[in-house]
Design a binder for this molecule. Sequence first.
Ligand SMILES: O=C(CO)[C@H](O)[C@H](O)COP(=O)(O)O
Ligand SMILES: [Fe+2]
Length: 226
Amino acid sequence: MAPAAKIAPSMLSCDFACLASEAERMEKAGADWLHMDVMDGHFVPNLTIGAPVIESLRKHSSAFLDCHMMVSNPADYVAPFKKAGASQFCFHLETARDTWPELLRTVKDAGMRVAVAIKPGTPVEDVFPLVEHDPPVDMVLVMTVEPGFGGQKFMPEMMPKVEVLRKKYPELDIEVDGGLGPSTIDTASCAGANCIVAGSSVFGSSDPPATIAALRKSVVGAANKI
Ligand SMILES: O=C(CO)[C@H](O)[C@H](O)COP(=O)(O)O
Ligand SMILES: [Fe+2]
């Protein structure tokens, strides 16, 4: 059975000065997860939030916090993010080429869901060992923009990666991140993505509940066809 749709507004596009109320607004609008973009200014040329912000948000929200770790040394962040209240820890494979088995185990032992992300230039085959490992990753994130900034253009040429993953792993959570919105969602959902990150399109919408509902409808509709 196809995994459930999860719509995850990227809080990168929110008003960070009002993070708690923005999170509440997204939950009320129908978000399943809140996507938290953690950038260290080194793995990517941008700096955003760290564990203290996750910890502050957790005091105001029980939402599932999907933490996208765009950091060069993810292992250093596992304990602080667990303590802060992260729900899922998604590290980039490019930062853990030799260390992922230990990292995966450490995240699992800490009690978080674990996921792996790949940049546009990374072949999809590189994540197969992580999906087939014991314990396996809970989700694969296929980046549909170069990580670092919100508001970029969706890369449809990443869809073969999603198709390959969906065919090989029918029950795997597959997330896409970057440039998703009403005009690009069908391409991603038809390829087999079920976890949808959307920043600019949701926060820039005059009707975020309708935008989230449209994203969900596309994923559910495509899953019924696959
Ligand atoms: O990881 C990210 C950027 O590296 C963001 O999650 C992503 O870009 C979402 O923003 P948008 O929907 O505006 O593209
Ligand atoms: Fe992200």
